[in-house]
Design a protein around this ligand. Structure first.
Ligand code: HEM
Length: 780
């Protein structure tokens, strides 16, 4: 037993105050939980590493030092973000370290009254405000800022390019995002210099642990910042015309005084500067540090700038600038199976979620070609997801483009990285780099500066996430199956994967790509293996692979990615494969054997002669393998196998649809989740076609009419027709995919629109809502 309750006399924790708390260890607070201290250097240096133990053993725990519940796994954190009614954001800007009387008096002397902005506002006020203030964040509106961002970045690089050595944070990365933030907000140039001094104070005040003697100085800085924000606001009110998000807010106040309140405007004037500045400055410093620590990735983006957008997403995932965020439980609720009482405060560690192997394959690997990097939670998720994320992305992309173009030979100096101790905003205080100015490419070719790459916002391009691999061998297996072993062209290890994972493989220039489960041995760092069944009804994918690929060929591959995860904590598993479904199931059987999990493996096929991998499976699994060959009358009797639910047993199945349907029927009496079947596609935004109706949409502005089939969302149909509609969450939570409806009744399925708006029937969320009748006309 690791609990501190084992030695009550030595225990620093007041267990009385924690009555009723239960952790997986059975003790109120485990030793690791008791030791957790996010103000320690170890957390600052590497938050996901610092809480690795938690992700693995105790994903939801109570921290007595912080007096917060801490949540560290991806799915739990996303579920919290998704439900902003149960998990209120109201404490997001509260001081995490309560200050002493003297500091409080100082703040009061400045009439400091930081209140609700957006990030800490509850519903329904929040969504109403977010929607009124959204327009300046659309990709089209942001495009206007691109020349200013590029110009600022270039001017700062000009200042040090011939020096051979620079602290990128001090000499560029702190100031340029601040200048851009102030421009974006519409702050007059003359106030910029004064504001620069105060920004950091808000971070320390809100998320830090200033010592009592520091608190007073911080309070003066915060108070001054607050007053200055008020003065700037007054100045803007006198003339709210012209560009800038805060000016836009002032103009909107005239139309919606109850939505855009005075208190909001003053609080946002101050919080907005921090939201737009420090987050992005830190993100850029983290990204450059990470890239320079991985010279091959740095070289790749120097050679091919089209890889930059996905590299940015991977940097935000691997080493993001907002490490953790906060929510308040508004009722008794379970998180990850742990009871959390109403009123509990939660620290949700997104930097840990971003390294959760349950969501990201080989999560600690820095892989700029990862195909789900942008699933990271660094920008939050759902109703409050960062509104400025595309501005931040634009800045990161432009900074990286300018630096890779002008200083590709830059390298990190020897140094120790330091961070401002706080739970949430994280980036190195200094980033020293050096280079040989004589090698600056623009000295040889000044025209270099004329080339610029378009900023890419949204989904990464296929090119950016594809990796080239070489076919090491292509062999025929029974049943018209082609076994392909793929290796890296440069002999580097292949990406690691877990059983159930798949890759996408491109079929030459045919424009087709197909997904195949990885089989073989996940411990084999040299090759990835897939098995491709030639499908007689193939639309070209499997046929192309069978007819064209041979050893030595190059192929483009995306992934690995896993939507069919194997629970390594299972007590017993029943593994069922039909035909080529053996590929993920075989990998799971191998893993179960390795881990000593009790398992049985059922493999069905038409005849033994056409069942791939049979000999290998027999050798590896012996008696545990049961072969069911129809030509021997040996069909697997699912009813007998699964007739009675068995506690603690999980069933994994992959095979033809009919087999999976039969299994679902047989498992009707089993606990929900006991049966897990292979889904190649993420369930996000997918529909149950048996319950949906197809419908027609007419796009008035574009003059086209589209059919939306039962298995497709309106958003997917629009994108398929090259109509660019913004979208973030894909499940009707965030409001970014709103489209205007001109006629036709909508079946609303979002949580964004109010009842009155639904009744008015003039808007809909394209990601989830559909037509209630056969046709909609949209203003697109
Ligand atoms: C909200 C991160 C840049 C404006 C947030 C949230 C996070 C975040 C974690 C809270 C999300 C939630 O509760 O679900 C970041 C990061 C940035 C960045 C990592 C840079 C890399 C920006 C920029 C702006 C901005 C440049 C520009 C003004 C906002 C606003 C919200 C927000 C207005 C509140 C949205 C709402 O509550 O509806 N951001 N942010 N952020 N961010 Fe950012």
């Amino acid at each position: 037993m690791t609990s501190l309750t084992a030695k009550p006399s030595a225990c620093p924790i007041d267990h009385g105050a924690l009555a009723g708390l239960k952790t997986p260890t059975g003790c109120p607070v485990s030793r690791k939980a008791a030791e957790f201290d996010p103000f320690e250097d170890a957390y600052q240096q590497d938050p996901p590493e610092y809480v690795r133990w938690s992700r693995e053993q105790e994903p939801v725990f109570y921290s007595p030092k912080l007096r917060y519940w801490v949540v560290t796994r991806y799915d739990d954190i996303k579920a919290i973000f998704r439900d902003n009614l149960t998990f209120s954001p109201s404490i997001a800007l509260e001081k995490i370290t309560p200050t002493g009387e003297e500091a409080n008096q100082v703040l009061a002397s400045y009439n400091y009254a930081m209140n609700r902005t957006l990030v800490n506002e509850d519903e329904p006020a929040h969504m109403a405000r977010r929607r009124v203030l959204m327009a300046p964040f659309t990709p089209e509106a942001l495009k206007e800022h691109e020349p200013m961002v590029r110009e600022a970045a270039r001017a700062y690089v000009d200042r040090f390019i011939d020096d051979g050595r620079a602290d990128l944070v001090d000499q560029m990365l702190w100031e340029v995002p601040l200048t851009i933030a102030l421009h974006f907000l519409g702050v007059p140039e003359e106030d910029m210099d004064t504001l620069r001094q105060y920004s950091i104070a808000h971070t320390v005040n809100t998320w830090g642990r200033p010592k009592p003697e520091e608190q007073v100085a911080v309070a003066h800085a915060v108070g001054n910042f607050w007053q200055l924000a008020g003065k700037i606001l007054e100045k803007m009110r006198r003339d709210p015309s012209g560009p800038g998000w805060m000016k836009y807010g002032i103009r909107k106040q005239a139309e919606h005084p109850d939505v855009v309140t005075d208190s909001y405007l003053h609080s946002m004037m101050m919080a907005g500067i921090v939201a737009a500045h420090e987050t992005t400055a830190n993100a850029t410093a983290n990204a450059l540090k990470l890239l320079l620590q991985h010279p091959s990735a740095w070289r790749e983006i120097c050679d091919d700038p089209s890889l930059i957008p996905n590299a940015v997403e991977e940097c935000l995932r691997h080493n993001g600038s907002v490490a953790a965020w906060r929510r308040l439980a508004t009722k008794d609720v379970k998180v990850g199976g742990i009871d959390i009482p109403a009123g509990a405060k939660l620290l949700i560690v997104m930097s840990s979620a971003n390294h959760d192997e349950r969501h990201f394959e080989d999560p600690d690997l820095f892989d700029i070609r990862r195909d789900n990097s942008s699933d990271h939670l660094t920008f939050g998720y759902g109703a409050h997801q960062c509104m400025g994320k595309n501005l931040a992305r634009m800045e990161l992309q432009i900074f990286l483009e300018e630096l890779t173009k002008r200083l590709p030979h830059m390298r990190l100096c020897e140094q120790k990285f330091t961070y401002v101790p706080n739970t949430s905003f994280r980036g190195p205080e200094h980033l020293w780099v050096e280079w040989d100015p004589a090698q600056n490419p623009e000295r040889r070719d000044p025209r270099l500066l004329d080339t610029v790459h378009p900023v890419r916002i949204g989904e990464p391009s296929r090119h950016a996430i594809s990796r080239t691999m070489i076919v090491e061998s292509a062999t025929r297996l029974p049943g018209d199956v082609l076994r392909l072993r793929l290796k890296s062209p440069d002999g580097r290890p292949v990406p690691r994967w877990t059983p159930g994972a798949h890759i996408d493989i491109e079929c030459g220039d045919s424009g087709l790509s197909r997904q195949y489960s990885l089989c073989g041995d996940p411990d084999d760092a040299r090759t990835l293996e897939i098995a491709v069944l030639r499908d007689p009804d193939s639309r070209g994918g499997s046929r192309w692979l069978h007819e064209n690929l041979k050893a030595g060929d190059k192929v483009k591959v995306r992934g690995p990615r896993n939507h069919f995860r194997f629970d390594e904590g299972a007590q017993k598993v029943i593994l069922i494969a039909g035909g080529i479904g053996i590929t993920p199931i075989g990998a799971m059987a191998r893993r179960a054997r390795q881990l000593g999990i009790d398992y049985e493996l059922h493999y069905s096929g038409r005849s033994r002669a056409c069942m791939a991998y049979l000999d290998e499976l027999r050798q590896l699994h012996g008696e545990r393998l049961q072969v069911h060959a129809s030509d021997e009358g040996g069909r697997c009797d699912f009813a007998a196998l699964l007739g009675r639910p068995q506690a603690g047993v999980q069933i994994y199945a992959c095979g033809p649809v009919r087999m999976l349907e039969a299994l679902e029927q047989c498992c009707a009496g089993w606990p929900e989740d006991a049966l897990r079947v292979e889904h190649f596609h993420s369930t996000r935004g997918t529909l149950d076609p048996s319950k949906e109706q197809p419908f027609e949409v007419e796009l008035k502005d574009s003059g086209i009419t589209l059919q939306v089939p039962a298995d497709q969302t309106l958003l997917a149909a629009l994108r398929g027709a090259n109509i660019d509609v913004q979208s973030d969450c894909g499940e009707g939570l965030c409001g970014s995919c709103e489209v205007r409806v001109l006629s036709g009744q909508v079946d609303h399925r979002d949580v964004v629109l109010t009842r009155a708006e639904r009744d008015a029937n003039s808007k809909m969320m394209a990601c989830c809502s559909r037509a209630a009748c056969g046709k909609l006309v949209l203003e697109l």
